[in-house]
Ligand binder design. Structure first.
Ligand SMILES: *Cc1c(COP(=O)(O)O)cnc(C)c1O
Length: 358
């Protein structure tokens, strides 16, 4: 049953969906790219043994966590802003660098929340379809002349990194902020942090929800010139990271990097093995540098519903933007995003996909 909208409601929000992921528990859940190996051990222990006072406010802008992230990313603390998940940081950044009515240019397909954050902040999302090799269409992106240009590398849901020269071309031609979402940077082993000192319009968004296994803690951050960081903190507001979350995230950054590296290695190995097996079945999965794979498949929504009956949850996309000539165009943009986890789960997923081979 849908609740009728209040007559007090804001008109512009009529098309904003309430986020309703399927919250049924499935034996195998490869739908949201969270860490299939669990949370980082030291962070888990710190959280359980925490004696932080619940009555006291946390540090206003999380100084301790900013210091730990700065060391991890190889920048100074002034180049870091943190938030309640990278969603919070992305939302604050989008709000900080455009006036109501301005455009936000967004590669398409990409992370589904970006057009939503744009509308929530009274900005106009302009979708810019990717090229046949899943890269940003630089001339089309620059032609929008948008105040904010959003890129995601490696991109969700394609799994492919954008070309370095394309990213730099956007940075050189953009009139405003260039926001690069690097939620999967750890898996890719490559990132754009070195460009921060070269371009003072560049902001890189990161999260501890994926490789770090801390989706439940809600820790995101951004890296950029200190002048940009200041504005994001202004628009973000104080007290976004709780005391226990801050302590646990710092513990993970200081102690759990070897744990994370082990998982990244295993995820990569399983990803390549899984992709090869899909190819042997006649599928054309996209190459990936992340902990997920995009599989063009007809009737993805129906296939996902069938698999859920067998206890396997994947993320279907009925119609992604796709350029003529790409593998994604062969299924008219219908595709399944599959998180990479432990091999036993990947094997069961392969077995379940067998009946849908072309
Ligand atoms: C998962 C994801 C996020 C959200 O991360 P949170 O820190 O959990 O809010 C942001 N961007 C992309 C591309 C993602 O895939």
């Amino acid at each position: 049953m849908t609740t009728p909208r209040s007559e007090l409601a804001r008109d512009a929000y009529a098309t904003i969906p309430i986020y309703t992921p399927d919250e049924t528990e499935y034996a195998i859940d490869l739908s949201d790219n969270s860490n299939q190996w669990g949370g980082p051990p030291t962070a888990e222990r710190v959280m359980r043994e925490s004696r932080e006072s619940l009555a006291r406010y946390p540090d206003t802008y999380s100084r301790m966590l900013k210091d730990a992230l700065a060391e991890y990313a190889g920048v100074s603390s002034d180049n870091i802003v943190v938030g309640c998940g990278s969603d919070d940081v992305l939302d604050a950044a989008i709000r900080a660098f455009a006036e109501p009515g301005d455009k936000v240019a967004i590669i398409d397909p990409t992370f589904v929340m970006i057009p939503v954050f744009s509308k929530l902040n009274s900005l106009k999302p302009v979708m810019v379809p990717i090229t046949a090799d899943y890269d940003v269409d630089v001339p089309a992106m620059l032609a929008t002349n948008a105040k904010i240009m959003y890129l995601c590398s490696p991109n969700n849901p394609t799994g492919k990194p954008l070309k370095r020269e394309s990213i730099e071309a956007v940075l050189q031609g953009a009139p405003g902020l260039v926001l690069i979402d690097e939620a999967y940077a750890e898996f890719a082993g490559a990132n754009c942090v070195d460009l921060v000192s070269k371009y003072d319009r560049l902001l890189i968004a990161r999260t501890m929800s994926k490789a770090f296994g801390l989706a439940g803690l809600r820790i995101g951050y951004a890296i950029g010139a200190s002048s940009l960081i200041r504005e994001v903190e202004r628009s973000r507001g104080p007290y976004k990271v709780g005391r226990i979350a801050e302590r646990a995230a710092v513990a993970a950054l200081k102690n759990d990097l070897p744990w994370m590296q082990g998982i990244i290695a295993e995820a990569r190995e399983n990803r390549e093995k899984f992709r090869t097996a899909l190819q042997a079945m006649g599928f054309k999965p996209l190459p990936s540098t992340t902990n997920f794979i995009l599989l063009p498949i007809k009737d993805a929504v129906k296939v996902a519903a069938d698999l859920r009956k067998k206890g396997i949850s994947l993320r279907p996309f009925p119609k992604l933007a796709c350029a003529p000539g790409s593998d994604l165009a062969e299924t008219d943009g219908s595709a399944m995003r599959i998180t990479i986890g432990k091999w036993d789960d990947m094997q069961k997923t392969l077995d379940a996909l067998k009946e849908f081979t072309a």
